[in-house]
Ligand binder design. Sequence first.
Ligand SMILES: C[S@@+](CC[C@H](N)C(=O)[O-])C[C@H]1O[C@@H](n2cnc3c(N)ncnc32)[C@H](O)[C@@H]1O
Length: 204
Amino acid sequence: MSEQLDHAFWENRYRTTTTAHVQPNPHLTVEAAKLPPGRALDAGCGEGAEAVWLAAHGWRVTAVDFATTALDRARERADIRGPEVADRIDWRTEDLTEWIPPENSFDLVCSHYAHPATGAETLLRRLAPAVATGGTLLIVGHHPSDAHSAAHASGVHATAEGLAAELDPVRWEILVAENRSRTVTHGSHQIELRDAVLVARKNR
Ligand SMILES: C[S@@+](CC[C@H](N)C(=O)[O-])C[C@H]1O[C@@H](n2cnc3c(N)ncnc32)[C@H](O)[C@@H]1O
């Protein structure tokens, strides 16, 4: 039977597993490097690798997660980098199935494998209004063919086409809608990941 990836699951996961080695998501670092720094929202930020990377590159970041254990570690990660990074990040404890981000407020809204219980498409619909006109939405999810997440409930999966279909083509320009494979090193072994990647710009 697949696991329930609820709040208790994530708190327990962070209490029992260290992911301090985690590097910022490469889809984010590539896409954000093309943008002038502004205001960013990272939804489901976990231990903060992406939020810290963004802050270190000049962004003001709102980083949201419901796992306080993860947020505590994320704050530590930012503090190590000093106030010029740490002071740029607002860490918020919120449930992404309930929290409504402020509309038209961020130049970049990103989310990497957050997959709340309500699914990636519902999360996208909740996050899209938070992107300011001219701003960018980046969603990275686990593709259904991703072996690493295969044991999880189907709700954790997404396809680039499915995510793109959620956006009104009159208002959004799809810049990337691709299902991509990549290899990551976990300790002494390598894992093949299959990601659904959506990058879109809000035109109005
Ligand atoms: C697979 S981890 C990804 C963490 C980070 N984005 C990364 O790429 O390393 C999923 C994260 O989403 C968070 N999450 C899942 N459901 C959530 C919800 N309903 N509200 C807020 N955060 C949630 C979890 O606590 C966890 O930190």
